[in-house]
Design a protein around this ligand. Structure first.
Ligand SMILES: [Zn+2]
Length: 317
């Protein structure tokens, strides 16, 4: 059985989001929940048989994907499964924010900006966590659904797979460059290393090639491989533009030089996250090159890689 795709509008920049249902007759599984909006809730009331809803599986706790998790926990008997690292974030909310803003401070932004962003994070971005939930990585085997960790965009991204399909959340999106978000690693301490995680994740994502990919946005993808290739090309294109500015400059200075018009605190956070990812790439390009070789994609991006590395002013030296 292939999950059914549903589409719900969101008020966010990314546009509509997809939810999926797997209907086994007596039981109904929902993959992702949609945003915490009125129309999101109306969709669930009208289109999902809450009386039969048995499990809710969440790909990652970003508001467009899990915004109704709490409401579903309150209005159905379903077991809500959330990624382990999102549960940790919730559990250590204060510590995470404190450490995250320390990390952002180290990137060279002034205190005023860090304060504005902190306020943004603690109000509008506040997660509506359900009171009861289970850890998705411990999903019961009898459901016949496999859970694959594919961090990169966030540290918690999960992919759910059946025999012929994969619900991939935000890990594979057609024509979208989803920023690798700067975050705290609550399991190992320090900064979460998106770049290293991403290099491992693309090998797992490429392994989904034979399955029908069911993404969190934009209906379909061409293929897992093509989507990864797009993302890498975009990354290298953006990196090429940044390289001349990176040496000796803080991340905040790089943004001021390359994107002088950027002032929205959240956009600055996204851009800063991206630049941190790029710097990690420049420091250890072999990680990504090896992963791409392993999945047969290196050839298609090798010339962009060479251009970037040629002009790289010896970050290590
Ligand atoms: Zn999303």
């Amino acid at each position: 059985m292939i999950p059914t795709q549903h589409t719900v509008e969101t008020p966010y920049m990314v546009g509509p989001v997809h939810l999926y249902t797997l209907d086994f007759g007596d039981e109904l599984i929902l993959l992702d929940t949609g945003p915490p909006t009125e129309s999101g809730q109306r969709f669930l009331r009208e289109q999902v048989d809450l009386a039969r809803l048995s499990q809710v599986l969440v790909t990652h706790c970003h508001i467009d994907h899990y915004g109704q998790a709490r409401w579903l926990a309150e209005n159905s008997d379903a077991v809500v499964y959330l990624p382990r690292r999102d549960a940790l974030k919730h559990e250590h909310h204060e510590r995470r924010l404190q450490e995250l803003f320390a990390l952002i401070g180290e990137l060279g932004f002034d205190k005023e900006y860090v304060e504005i962003l902190r306020k943004r994070f603690t109000t509008s971005m506040m997660p509506l966590f359900p009171d009861r939930y289970e850890i998705a990585e411990q999903l019961p085997a009898e459901l016949g659904i496999e859970v694959l960790g594919c961090p990169g965009h966030s540290q918690s991204d999960l992919v759910y797979t059946g025999k012929d399909w994969a619900v991939t959340g935000d890990t594979l999106l057609r024509g979208v460059f989803q920023s690798p978000l700067l975050d705290v690693d609550l399991e190992n301490g320090g900064r979460f290393k998106n770049y290293e995680a991403y290099c491992e994740s693309i090998v797992r994502l490429a392994g989904l090639e034979s399955k029908l990919i069911l993404p969190g946005h934009r209906f379909t993808v061409e293929s897992a491989g093509e989507t990864i290739r797009f993302y890498i090309s975009k990354t290298l294109q953006r990196l090429q533009r940044l390289v001349p500015f990176l040496r000796g400059n803080s991340v905040a200075e790089v943004i001021a030089d390359v994107f002088p018009a950027m002032t929205d605190p959240f956009h600055l956070y996204l851009k800063a996250s991206e630049i941190v990812f790029m710097k990690d790439l420049l420091e250890r390009p072999e990680l990504l090159i090896d992963a791409l070789k392993q999945i047969g994609l290196y050839e298609s991006v090798s010339s962009s890689f060479e251009t970037v590395l040629e002009h790289e002013p010896a970050v290590n030296g």
